[in-house]
Design a protein around this ligand. Structure first.
Ligand SMILES: NC(=O)c1ccc[n+]([C@@H]2O[C@H](COP(=O)([O-])OP(=O)(O)OC[C@H]3O[C@@H](n4cnc5c(N)ncnc54)[C@H](OP(=O)(O)O)[C@@H]3O)[C@@H](O)[C@H]2O)c1
Length: 301
């Protein structure tokens, strides 16, 4: 059974999903279209639209396909305008599109950090800004931001990705207080490691690419231990994009959804670890668990 068969809130909603060409976004779009009680705007970057057709998603009475690069202000406005013209506006915004830079702090250029923050933080909040007036007028709406376990804990080589999700968490929390009075509910869905091929989409910063190829680089051992470590955790994870999508659909069926939802078992585990352990102990435990951490810094810098 795709998602829950309980009714959605609001009923028969117009749902906009970003980054639906693959992974979690595609799984959400498919599960929404299988339910048949939503009007869904499935969006993806222009170059990725053919993948939607290949996955069986086509335009129809209840489905519109729209090109949307979330970092492009004109495309953001166009998709929200189209939703207003055809279906009277967006009732549910699912900010899913995201990218992941992998780089140690020393190897990150400002332009790379900006691209990470634009995609994962600024764009979702700009889309929220565009749909909020319509939601306020209707006194109903949902904004679901796909965050991450990295929105509450940071790992080495993933600093700027974490920064983007921490920022998303902070801004969403603030919006949760602001929007409740209009019956607009904001939810942060936090997946942990997902068994998917998304690790292939990780973007190494330019300097990180050089460092990975250079055994003499002071950070070479950090990259060479962290990358397989993270990929192994993803491969071993029982959670799939479909699993996260079902969790998102359950949120849409809740009359008063919570601000934060752990979407996988490990996300719940890390949440409890962070909450229950004294901060110093928590960081010491995680540091010890890092792969080959005793070898880090052994190169001449
Ligand atoms: N996979 C995990 O383990 C994991 C864990 C925690 C959180 N998350 C979060 O879950 C969300 C979905 O990730 P995923 O696992 O499904 O990753 P994925 O398979 O790499 O999918 C990312 C999606 O975002 C799209 N995208 C990237 N930049 C975009 C842009 N500028 N405009 C529009 N779309 C864009 C991609 O489109 P293209 O095909 O055009 O590149 C793709 O459809 C992300 O926000 C991610 O941070 C993932």
């Amino acid at each position: 059974m795709p998602g829950s068969r309980r009714p959605l809130h609001p009923a028969n909603p117009v749902v906009l999903v970003t980054g639906a060409s693959t992974g979690i976004g595609l799984a959400i779009a498919k599960q929404l279209s299988e339910r048949g009680d939503t009007r869904t705007i499935v969006s993806a970057r222009d170059s990725s639209l053919p993948r939607l057709a290949a996955a069986g998603l086509r335009e129809g009475e209840r489905c519109r396909i729209h090109a949307l690069d979330v970092t492009d202000p004109r495309q953001r406005e166009a998709v929200v305008e189209a939703a207003e013209r055809h279906w009277g506006g967006v009732d549910v915004l699912i900010n899913n599109a995201g990218i992941t830079y992998r780089s140690v702090t020393e190897h990150l250029q400002a332009a790379e950090a900006t691209r990470q923050l634009e995609t994962n933080f600024l764009a979702p909040m700009e889309l929220a800004r565009l749909v909020l007036p319509g939601m306020r007028r209707k006194r109903a709406g949902r904004i679901v931001n796909i965050s991450s376990v990295s929105g509450m804990m940071a790992m080495p080589t993933m600093g700027v990705y974490s920064a983007s999700k921490f920022a998303l968490e902070g801004a969403s929390e603030s919006l949760w207080y602001e929007a409740r009075c209009w019956n607009v509910w904001v939810t942060l869905v936090q997946p942990g490691f997902i068994h998917s091929s998304s690790f292939r989409n990780v973007i190494l910063s330019e300097q990180a690419r050089h460092a990975v190829a250079d055994p003499g680089d002071p950070y070479a051992v950090v990259y060479r231990s962290m990358a397989p470590f993270i990929e192994r955790l993803m491969r071993l994870s029982p959670a799939t994009p479909e699993h996260v999508a079902r969790r998102v659909l359950r949120v849409l069926c809740q009359e008063r959804p919570p601000l934060r939802v752990s979407a996988t078992f490990d996300a719940r585990f890390f949440y409890l670890l962070r909450r229950l352990l004294p901060r110093r102990v928590y960081h010491a435990v995680l540091h010890r668990a890092l792969p080959r951490v005793r070898e880090w810094g052994s190169e001449e810098g």
